[in-house]
Design a protein around this ligand. Structure first.
Ligand code: SF4
Ligand code: SF4
Length: 645
C-alpha cells in the first residue's frame, strides 16, 4: 500500500476520534462551570484585562519571579507557539505527502525558511528545557514540585514529541533511514492526538484555560472581599458550603492550576508547618468537583445531596483558619489564581451557616458586637492613649481636613498607643489639619469580615458609613494598613467613598515637601518590614523607604524577602486573635530580618509592631527594637521638637 495513503487513513480515523474525546471532556468541564455560582464582577475594563494577557500570559511576567524555572517554562511556552504551526504542517503532510507546506511557507520562500529555522531552534530549546525540568524534579528534587504520575507522563510525552520530530527531519534529510523517519512521523502525529485527549484530564488543562483565567481576573480585587447580599431574603446560602457555590471563575481557577507549588512555597502558614497549603486546597477542590461531584452536578437534579461536605470532609476547617490573607500566594501564582476569597468563603459558610469558629473568637466577636472593638473595652477608654496631648476632636473641629482614624489596636494596645502619640505629636507640630472621632470611633469592620463574620462586619461598616456621612468626612488618615485597605477598597461597596492615606504616605509627603525635616542623627541600622496590606495588597512600598532614607545618619537595609516577596508577621486575616501552634510565623520573620543585623526593625502596622516585638522578646534578640515609622521620624526630629519615645 502507498505509505501516504496509509498515513491518510490512520490519521483520518485518529483525528476525528481524538477530537471527539477531547471535545466531550472539554464540554463536560464547561458544563461543570455552568453548574457553579455566578462570578461577582462583570468585565468592564477590557483594555486592562487585555494588558494582563499580554504581560502575564504571553510575556509570562509572573513566572520570572522565580527566575530559572521561569525561563524554563517561558521557553517551553514560546517554543510551543512555534511548534503549533509545525503541527498543522505535519497533519497536512499526513494527507498530502511530505512536500506539503502551509500556504506562503514553502521551502523557497523567506517565511518558509525562517519558520524552518525557528522550528529547529524550538525543538532544540524545548528538548533542553524538558531535560532541565526533569532534572529539577528527579535529581535536584525541588521541594515545591509534586512528582505525580501526571507530571511524569506529560514530561515524557513532550520529550517524545521532540525526539520523534527530530528523527523525522533526519529521515527527510537522508541522515536517518526513511522508514525510521516515517515511523517517527506517525508516532509524533499520534502522540499529539494522545496528548490532546489527555489535556482535559490532568493539570495540563491549563494549556486551554490559562489565557481565559488571566483575562478574567477580577481587577482591584486584591484587597476587597465580595459583599454578601445579607439583606436579600431570597438568598439562603452564604460562602461555599458546597462545591457548586464556588463562582464559575473560582472553578476555572481549579482547572487552571498547574500544581507548580509557588503559592505554597511562599505561604507563611505552609512555611511554618501549618495544615494549610494553598496549592493543596486548589487541588482538593478540583478533584472533588471533577471526580466526585460531576455526576450529581451534571444530572441537573438539585435535590441530590453532595457526597461530602466541602468543609471539613474535603478541606479541613483548620486550613481555612490558618490563612493570614497575606496574598503571598496570589502574588506568586503565575496564572492569577485567587486563594484569599476562596478561603474566606469557607470561613463565611462555617461562621454564618453552621455557627462554627475557633472558640477564642467568641470573645472577639462579642467585643466587636457590644463595644465596637475586639477587646470589648468600654468606649470611655478609647481616648486613654491621648491623655495630656490635647488631641482635637472632630465634634469641636468640624472643618478639619482629615479624620485621623486610629483603629482599635492603636487606640487600646499599650505598645501601639505610643505610635498614636508619636503620630499625633508630629501632625500637630507640622500644622496638619486633623481631628479624631474620640469615643464615637468604632471598629472599621475589617477583622470581622476577614474572620468570616460578614454580618457583624457589615453592621460595623454600615454604622461607620452613616457616621462619616453625618460628619461630612472626605479624607481619612489611618494608623493601620488594615483600616486603610478596608476604607479604600471595601467601603465603596457600602456607599463610603473617601480619600484615604496611610500615615506613612502623609509623613513621606511632608518630608518630600521639605516641611518635615528630621535632623537629629539617630544612628543605627534599620531594616524594613513591609505590611502585607500596605505593600502586596495595595502596592504602597515607597513611603517607608523614602522616609527612612530621608533620616540623616540612619543606615537602611533590605532583606531579600521584602516588598512583594516579604513574609507576613502572622497577624492578618484576624489571625492576631487566634492561637498559633509552633513554629510561629512571627519568629520566622524576625529570624529572617535578624540576618541583616539591624538595630531597628521598621514597621508601619500596629499588628506587625506587636507580632515582631513579641518575637524579638521571645528570641532574646538583644539590642534590636521594633518601631513604627512615625516613632522613628518623631525620634529623629531636632530638639526641642523631638517626640519622646
Ligand atoms: S493569603 Fe497568605 S496565608 Fe493565606 S494562603 Fe495565601 S500565602 Fe497562605
Ligand atoms: S495556584 Fe498558582 S501558584 Fe499555586 S500551584 Fe496552582 S498554578 Fe502554582
Amino acid at each position: 500500500m502507498n505509505w501516504h495513503l496509509a498515513d491518510g487513513l490512520i490519521m483520518g480515523a485518529a483525528i476525528p476520534a481524538a477530537l471527539f474525546l477531547f471535545s466531550r471532556a472539554v464540554l463536560q468541564r464547561y458544563r461543570l462551570l455552568r453548574a457553579c455560582a455566578p462570578a461577582p464582577d462583570p468585565i468592564t475594563e477590557y483594555g486592562t484585562h487585555l494588558k494582563e494577557v499580554l504581560t502575564i500570559y504571553l510575556e509570562q511576567k509572573k513566572l520570572f519571579q522565580d527566575f530559572k524555572p521561569g525561563v524554563m517554562h517561558a521557553f517551553i511556552f514560546w517554543g510551543f507557539l512555534v511548534l503549533s504551526l509545525r503541527t498543522v504542517t505535519l497533519f497536512g503532510m499526513a494527507f498530502y505527502g511530505f512536500d506539503f507546506y502551509l500556504p506562503g511557507f514553502g521551502p523557497e520562500t523567506l517565511a518558509g525558511q525562517g519558520l524552518s529555522l525557528l522550528k529547529d531552534g524550538a525543538v532544540a530549546i524545548v528538548t533542553l528545557m524538558i531535560l532541565y525540568a526533569m532534572a529539577r524534579r528527579y535529581l535536584i528534587r525541588v521541594p515545591r514540585l509534586l512528582n505525580t504520575p501526571d507530571a511524569l507522563f506529560v514530561l515524557l510525552m513532550i520529550l517524545g514529541l521532540m525526539v520523534t520530530d527530530f528523527i523525522f527531519e533526519a529521515g527527510l534529510r537522508g541522515s536517518a533511514p526513511a522508514s525510521v523517519g516515517h515511523a517517527a512521523f506517525l508516532l509524533h502525529c499520534l502522540g499529539i492526538l494522545v496528548f490532546l485527549v489527555y489535556i482535559p484530564a490532568g493539570k495540563h488543562m491549563h494549556i486551554l484555560t490559562s489565557v481565559f483565567n488571566v483575562y478574567l481576573r477580577p481587577l482591584h480585587r486584591s484587597g476587597r472581599l465580595t459583599k454578601l447580599p445579607l439583606e436579600d431574603e431570597t438568598v439562603e446560602v452564604f460562602g461555599t458550603p458546597n462545591i457548586e457555590h464556588l463562582s464559575w471563575k473560582e472553578a476555572l481557577d481549579l482547572y487552571t492550576c498547574t500544581e507548580c507549588g509557588r503559592c505554597t512555597e511562599q505561604c507563611p502558614a505552609s512555611q511554618t508547618d501549618k495544615k494549610l497549603s494553598p496549592r493543596d486546597v486548589i487541588k482538593k477542590q478540583k478533584l472533588f468537583l471533577v471526580d466526585d461531584e460531576a455526576p450529581r452536578l451534571l444530572s441537573g437534579d438539585k435535590t441530590k445531596a453532595p457526597s461530602k461536605e466541602l468543609v471539613p470532609d474535603v478541606v479541613a476547617a483548620q486550613e481555612a483558619w490558618d490563612c493570614t490573607t497575606c496574598q503571598a500566594c496570589e502574588q506568586a501564582c503565575p496564572l492569577n489564581i485567587a486563594h484569599v476569597q476562596r478561603l474566606n468563603s469557607m470561613r463565611r459558610s462555617e461562621v454564618l451557616m453552621k455557627g462554627k469558629f475557633p472558640p477564642e473568637l467568641k470573645r472577639v466577636f462579642k467585643g466587636m458586637q457590644t463595644n465596637g472593638n475586639p477587646w470589648g473595652m468600654g468606649a470611655e477608654k478609647r481616648m486613654d492613649w491621648a491623655k495630656g496631648l490635647e488631641v482635637p476632636l472632630l465634634e469641636n473641629n468640624p472643618g478639619a481636613e482629615y479624620l485621623l482614624y486610629l483603629g482599635c489596636n492603636a487606640a487600646f494596645d499599650d505598645r501601639a498607643q505610643k505610635v498614636s502619640r508619636a503620630l499625633v505629636t508630629l501632625l500637630k507640630e507640622q500644622g496638619v489639619s486633623f481631628a479624631v472621632l474620640g469615643e464615637s470611633e468604632t471598629c472599621c469592620g475589617e477583622t470581622a469580615r476577614r474572620l468570616g463574620e460578614e454580618a457583624l462586619g457589615q453592621e460595623l461598616i454600615g454604622a461607620n458609613v452613616e457616621l462619616f456621612k453625618e460628619l461630612k468626612i472626605k479624607k481619612i488618615i489611618t494608623v493601620c494598613p488594615h483600616c486603610y485597605n478596608t476604607f479604600k477598597n471595601e467601603y465603596p461597596d457600602f456607599g463610603g467613598n473617601y480619600e484615604v492615606k496611610h500615615h506613612t504616605q502623609l509623613i513621606s509627603e511632608l518630608m518630600e515637601s521639605g516641611k518635615l525635616k528630621p535632623g537629629a542623627d539617630p544612628g543605627g541600622r534599620a531594616v524594613i518590614h513591609d505590611s502585607c496590606y500596605l505593600g502586596r495588597v495595595n502596592s504602597v512600598y515607597r513611603p517607608s523607604r523614602d522616609i527612612l532614607k530621608g533620616i540623616p545618619g540612619l543606615e537602611v537595609v533590605e532583606h531579600e524577602k521584602s516588598e512583594e516577596c516579604g513574609l507576613c508577621c502572622g497577624a492578618g486575616g484576624g489571625r492576631f486573635w487566634l492561637e498559633e501552634a509552633e513554629p510561629r510565623i512571627n519568629h520566622r520573620r524576625v529570624k529572617q530580618l535578624l540576618e541583616t543585623k539591624p538595630s531597628v526593625i521598621a514597621v508601619s502596622c500596629p499588628y506587625c509592631l506587636k507580632m515582631l516585638g513579641d518575637a524579638v522578646k521571645d528570641l532574646g534578640a538583644a539590642g534590636v527594637e521594633v518601631r513604627d515609622l512615625a516613632e522613628i521620624v518623631g525620634g529623629a526630629l531636632p530638639a526641642p521638637k523631638q517626640v519622646p519615645l
